[in-house]
Ligand binder design. Structure first.
Ligand code: TYD
Length: 207
């Protein structure tokens, strides 16, 4: 007797500049999906695996060439896809990743100048056909995100960049959203937290 194959889960990613507030909404998304009886695997990039978390520590704190950074991001991503993302999607779970490849296009390409075609090659190699089903882009003006970053926490190397870097980042993210309108939802995150929460819940209820 043939065993009915389980329906593939959905892959949701969260993106935005540092300080846009995306991570704040992770518990809301998890709760909304769980309330529908969905298994949720919440993860992040760079990271998500033991090796990936070790690479994250290097990536966030050590100075390196922007292409080295790109290659390490994709090395961590390869492991993440292999050991976490694909198995979860196959068993029908939803995967919620705090950042994915759009961040490489925004940070390493848009803000640091790595060629988009090199990133595209790595994307194809590492991901094959895997793409997020839904990407929430938390968008705020640069002054707001920079203001939000002035916290007690010690900033990582990306958070120490200047306004010019952040402008390039924001525009690269918005361009990605324009180029991929079916999977992107751009959220105006420059409003009260409870308002953003409702918007997030509404979007997630559609997937
Ligand atoms: P972030 O997601 O902002 O975590 P936290 O809220 O703990 O600071 O930090 C990850 C950093 O890594 C962020 O500054 C963006 C950067 N990054 C890239 O530059 N390229 C990538 O491909 C990814 C996934 C992240």
């Amino acid at each position: 007797m043939a065993i009915a194959s389980k329906k593939r889960g959905k892959f949701i990613t969260l993106e935005g500049m540092d300080g846009a507030g995306k991570s704040t909404h992770i518990p809301t998304i998890i709760a909304a999906l769980k309330a529908r009886g969905i298994e949720v695997v919440s993860t992040r990039e760079p990271g998500g695996t033991r090796l990936g978390e070790q690479l994250r520590a290097l990536l966030l704190h050590d100075a390196m060439h922007a292409e080295t950074e790109t290659l390490l991001m994709f090395a961590a991503r390869r492991e993440h896809i292999e050991t976490v993302i694909t198995p979860a999607l196959k068993r029908g779970a939803y995967v919620l990743s705090d950042r994915f490849t759009d961040a490489t296009y925004a940070y390493q390409c848009g803000a640091k100048g790595v060629s988009a075609s090199k990133i595209k090659q790595l994307e194809k190699w590492v991901q094959g056909k895997l793409q997020p089903d839904l990407t929430l882009l938390f968008d705020v003006p640069v002054e707001i995100s920079m203001k939000r970053l002035i916290t007690a926490r010690e900033p990582d190397k990306f958070e120490r960049e200047d306004a010019k870097f952040f402008e390039k980042l924001r525009s690269a993210y918005l361009t990605r959203a324009e180029e991929n309108p079916t999977r992107f939802r751009v959220i105006d995150a420059n409003q009260a937290l409870d308002k953003v929460k409702v918007i997030v819940e509404n979007i997630v209820s559609t997937i």
